[in-house]
Design a binder for this molecule. Structure first.
Ligand SMILES: [Zn+2]
Length: 453
């Protein structure tokens, strides 16, 4: 089977650091070969017209609790991680840190085993594990179950140090209220990325824990001691301490855009702010509710809340977080893209993402819609032009809506497991709505395999 040269052009190209305008990028045998000014693009090969969309290195998401209808906590298994991997890949994430929120010791062991197996069996994108709790502060529990929050005991530490040896990457969110400085030091020495979060600790305490080895904080401003005039809290320590990086849920709901702007301007480096989705089961689906530890969570108007109103995860993907940073906070596009790619990658110790000849795989590149409204399959034909050529396909009865058919899923007993039908607005602005014909399940990730009807 031959793999022809593919030449991407007519859209900005982001290599993890720089946004190149008026450039082409060529891939051969699925690997990047060269880029340059568009007028110097190779004359032979398959040209892919980006139509203004951004060709970018894939996202890195360090806080993913679920997706595709499943929660990692509900069933910490390799099957769950496979589903999360497929779902989040369709949302542009090429490296995923599955996240277990506070749970029992048995569930924690199962999560460690599942992550280990997923990595051994090369489930795409899974590179480690994030344990968010249970060693947190009950005062700042957020949506975590208070009954599961507890101090870190010697046996817990021993198991975690074992997990750090077995997993290529382990991140732990802990609170000084439940973990000692010595435990943080031991975890850090074992290679764990220790992140302070779900904590009411004061500024000086947080600084001591950073000195002990913690070098990250979890979802800045949410479920932590806030900045006040005489007490800068964990939020203040996260911004003031240059050695510390911090995750941010940039949906415009968890943190006010104006507060995000202040934090962005004030953050001391080299630590940086990076984007996380805090995604849950509803990610990549049309679900309106899901369960978390037996409690019902409703999805409404871009928010996920327990019945008492507590925010429980985010109805967010990283493209929308980038859009909020750019359009509501005023961050430059290249910085917002870096906050979802090279910044979290560097924190995890990955080699800097970029376009490296013979190394960077086309499969690890994503295509972000020009208006930052979502992700498209990388080699998707220029839809706006395609619609202009094929107005007759708008035959669903709704003006401006076109139907697609496609196939998705593995072959089961010689039959395709899912076949889908999708609708897409003519201006390409709306999310594609997909339904599986055979099982009636929502399956947004099918767009990867769609062909025009
Ligand atoms: Zn949290």
């Amino acid at each position: 089977m031959t793999h022809p040269v593919r030449i991407f052009r007519n859209g900005p190209i982001f290599d993890g650091h720089r946004l190149r305008i008026g450039a082409f990028a060529a891939f051969e045998e699925g690997r990047f070969t060269q880029f340059g000014a568009e007028e110097n693009a190779p004359q032979t090969g398959i040209e892919i017209d980006l139509d203004g969309d951004i060709l970018s290195v894939g996202y890195v998401d360090l806080q993913v609790n679920g997706g595709g209808g499943v929660m990692f906590n509900a069933n910490p298994s390799v099957e769950t991680l496979q589903r999360m991997s497929v779902t989040h890949r369709s949302l542009g994430v090429t490296k995923i840190l599955p996240t277990l929120i506070s749970d029992t010791a048995e569930k924690t062991r199962a999560a460690i085993a599942a992550a280990k197996e997923a990595i051994e069996t090369s489930v795409p994108g899974i590179f480690g594990l994030h344990l968010e709790g249970p060693h947190l502060s009950i005062t700042c529990k957020g949506a975590h179950d208070a009954a599961l929050i507890r101090p870190m005991e010697a046996e817990d530490l021993a198991e975690l140090l074992d997990a750090a040896r077995e997993l290529p990457f382990l991140k732990m969110t802990v609170a000084p209220e439940s973990v000692s400085e010595d435990q943080v030091s031991q975890l850090t020495r074992a290679g764990v990325l220790v992140s302070l979060g779900h904590s009411d600790a004061d500024f000086d305490t947080c600084q001591r824990y950073f000195a002990a080895g913690a070098r990250c904080t979890t979802h800045l401003f949410n479920a932590m001691s806030q900045i006040t005039n005489r007490a800068p809290g964990l939020a203040g320590a996260a911004i003031a301490n240059g050695a510390v990086s911090t995750g941010l849920i940039a949906d415009g709901i968890h943190v006010h855009p104006e507060v995000m702007r202040l934090a962005w301007q004030a953050k001391q480096g080299p630590g940086q702010i990076f984007l996380v989705s805090d995604a849950v089961a509803v990610a990549g689906t049309m679900l309106s509710r899901f369960e978390l530890g037996g409690r019902s969570i409703q999805r409404k108007e871009g928010q996920l809340r327990l019945t008492d109103g507590t925010l429980a995860g985010a109805d967010l993907d990283l493209t929308r977080a980038i859009s909020v940073l750019v359009n509501q906070v005023g961050v430059d596009l290249d910085q917002a893209l870096a906050a979802a790619t090279s910044v979290p990658a560097a924190l995890c110790g990955f080699p800097a993402p970029g376009l490296h000849a013979g190394v960077t795989r086309q499969n690890n590149m994503i295509r972000i819609r020009a208006d930052l409204s979502g992700i498209l399959p990388i080699t998707q034909p220029a839809l706006r032009r395609w619609f202009a050529r094929s107005p007759a396909l708008c035959g669903s009865g709704s003006p401006g809506i076109a139907n697609f058919r496609g196939i998705y899923g593995p072959l089961v007993g010689g039959k395709i497991a899912h076949s889908i039908k999708a609708s897409l607005r003519q201006d390409c602005s709306a999310h594609i709505v997909c339904r599986c014909w055979s099982c009636a399940k929502s399956a947004d990730q099918v767009i990867q395999k769609m062909t025009p009807e």
